[in-house]
Write a protein that binds this ligand. Structure first.
Ligand code: YXS
Length: 259
């Protein structure tokens, strides 16, 4: 069963996440399909790529596949985690990647969406950062994705509460580019993609890469990085982390004890 649908029409590539049984959870299998799809669309000289869920989706993506997270003693979001590969593939894709959002975007999927170049959302869409709900120590580059997408205090609110925010608020905050009625979402996204595709692809590609490099240009001392990694290890080695993952699998609310 293909975990994505993919097509290229008039220099525009379309990738549709297609694993509704698991609410498009970002499993290794689905992530690999999206990354391969991006590479194929680059070869077909697509000048813009839209990543979407099927029309009418209540969940765009439920985030990292929790069943594939380690149950402790290993960094759950290390360099080689599928989610990290997907975020980098989007950021390094040679043409703009547009997230077309309908439904809820959860956890690591929120980072994937925020790593896209533009975000067009239906007015019913919601966005939730969920590490605190599971007890996951999010990784440094992921936190930078959030900080590049939303005001500092909003990142704190979203990460500390793990509560979804509605598209209207996300747009007011500048986190997303456009909010439209669900029945206009595809047409508006398509029009934006065609406008981009009608401009100079080389210039756009270079400006995208310049912005990626500049957005990532945040000095962090080796000691600072090592301190963060040490603190993250305490979290992913904690009983709370194990409890968060176990509670999800047992479909119950976790009981965190701060140890
Ligand atoms: O019980 P079955 O086998 O039918 O499977 C259920 C769910 O277990 C499964 N599923 C997932 N499987 C793995 N990873 C997931 N993230 C995930 N989410 C869902 O899909 C089947 C249908 O789920 P169900 O019955 O809950 O669907 P629903 O329509 O009632 O509710 C949809 C959601 C999205 C509201 C609900 O599934 C949900 O709250 N999912 C978890 C959202 C979340 O907390 N995601 C964060 C994942 S961890 C992550 O992204 C990062 C590590 S972090 O947390 O650090 O950001």
């Amino acid at each position: 069963m293909d975990r994505i649908q993919i097509r290229c029409e008039g220099h525009i590539g379309w990738i549709t996440l297609n694993h509704p049984e698991k609410r498009n959870a970002l499993s290794d299998e689905l992530v690999k399909a999206v990354i391969d799809g991006l590479a194929r669309l680059a070869k077909e000289s697509c000048r813009a790529v839209v990543i979407r869920a099927p029309a009418g989706a209540k969940v765009w993506s439920a985030g990292h596949d929790v069943s594939e997270l380690p149950e402790g003693r290993r960094d759950p979001l290390g360099w080689d985690d599928p989610l990290r590969h997907l975020v980098r593939a989007i950021e390094q894709h040679p043409s703009p990647v547009i997230a077309m959002i309908e439904g809820g975007v959860w956890g690591g999927a929120c980072e994937v969406v925020l790593a896209c170049d533009l975000i067009v959302a239906a007015d019913t869409a919601t966005f939730a950062l969920t590490p605190a709900k599971l007890g996951v120590p999010y990784n440094v580059s992921g936190m930078l994705t959030f900080l590049n997408a939303a005001p500092f205090r909003i990142v704190k609110e979203m990460t500390f509460t793990a509560e979804p925010i509605p598209a209207a608020r996300a747009e007011r905050l500048g986190m997303i580019n456009r909010i439209v009625p669900a029945d206009e979402l595809e047409a508006v996204t398509n029009a934006i993609a065609h406008t981009i595709a009608g401009n100079a692809p080389l210039a756009i590609s270079v400006m995208k890469e310049q912005l990626r490099i500049l957005a990532g240009a945040h000095p962090m001392s080796p000691q600072g990085f090592e301190r963060v990694q040490g603190l993250r290890r305490v979290v992913y080695d904690s009983a709370d982390y194990r409890e968060g993952i176990r509670a999800f699998k047992e479909k119950r609310k976790p009981v965190f004890e701060g140890r």
